[in-house]
Design a binder for this molecule. Sequence first.
Ligand SMILES: [Zn+2]
Ligand SMILES: [Zn+2]
Length: 380
Amino acid sequence: MAEKRDYYDVLGVSRDADDETIKKAYKKLAKQYHPDLNPDSKTAESKFKEINEAYEILSDNNSRARYDQFGHNDPMGGAGGYGGNPFGGAGNPFGGSFGGGFGDIFETFFGGGFTQQQRDPNAPSRGNDMRVDMQVSFEEAARGVDKEISVSRYEGCVKCHGSGAKPGTGREKCAGCGGSGRVRTTQSTPFGQFQTVKTCPRCAGSGSVIKEPCPDCGGSGRMRKNRKLVVHVPAGVDNGSRLRMAGEGEGGKNGGPAGDLFIYISVRPHKLFKRDGDHVFLEQPISFVEAALGAAIEVPTLDGAVKLDIPEGTQTATTFRLRGRGFPKLRGYGRGDQYVKVKVVTPTHLNAEQKEILRRLGDGTGDDKKGFFGKIFKDR
Ligand SMILES: [Zn+2]
Ligand SMILES: [Zn+2]
């Protein structure tokens, strides 16, 4: 094996060069000696390898430090050092592995389109997912509902089964690329002229074109259709719930499967009820008398009116729970609860007799307010 050149010499940089300088030098040399630009040149190939090896070491601070100390005779060099594959570099600035071909490096230098791998456009591919927004009422969210929607989507053409070719006709070799799917163009760059290979625009890289387009879809293999679908909205949906209808999205290409349809739910607010998770909250006004004496009142719930016993002496803002009167749990069994917060309404428009009764009530021993002030001033 020939004597290894000094890595700094290989890249043509000084020993105290900073990372940026090293990177620049490497890019310049890598372009110059790239095998794609120097076909059949063994010298260029070995130069290119040497450059990459040098860069791999010098671009990594740890391996550079070791190299500075030990040169090419690193005692650790055989194991995990820089004796390994120069193309698998963790330190290469292009992220990708060089093992997959030289496309990456040229994409970085020249903005792509050099030797990109193109997937076969005639291969079956899955259709796009679609999104539909749907509004439901508070009650519909609680009970569940079936709603009809109409969607406008691409579907695979029935006549040609998505091939785009008139039934009974096939495909023929693309005249644009002679069947290779690629076309060569000569590109001028600051580094000189060289050839680039691009995907054939006529056949989109497939190498073949249809002889006669399908009369139904005009050769696209798909048709836009308006469809009416029934969405089963389950009980318990909330704002932001997302329903999926598998296979109801856009049709696939070339016989591929259809995408899915996603329905995004928003629930209209209710004039009485509020919701938090599976629970329902209600503020229920009760009269002063009902609060004082107790009463059996009716409160609205998602299931209609339900009896609620108000014990005597109930204070305003007291909250009662109605078990199982909330929303059905979307995942799992059972329902949330309904919370009823009572609001004691102070009477207005009292007649003289009623006022007199209240005055006498206010003088009574059961008046909490009097007791309250009594406690405050007790210590004086
Ligand atoms: Zn068709
Ligand atoms: Zn072509």
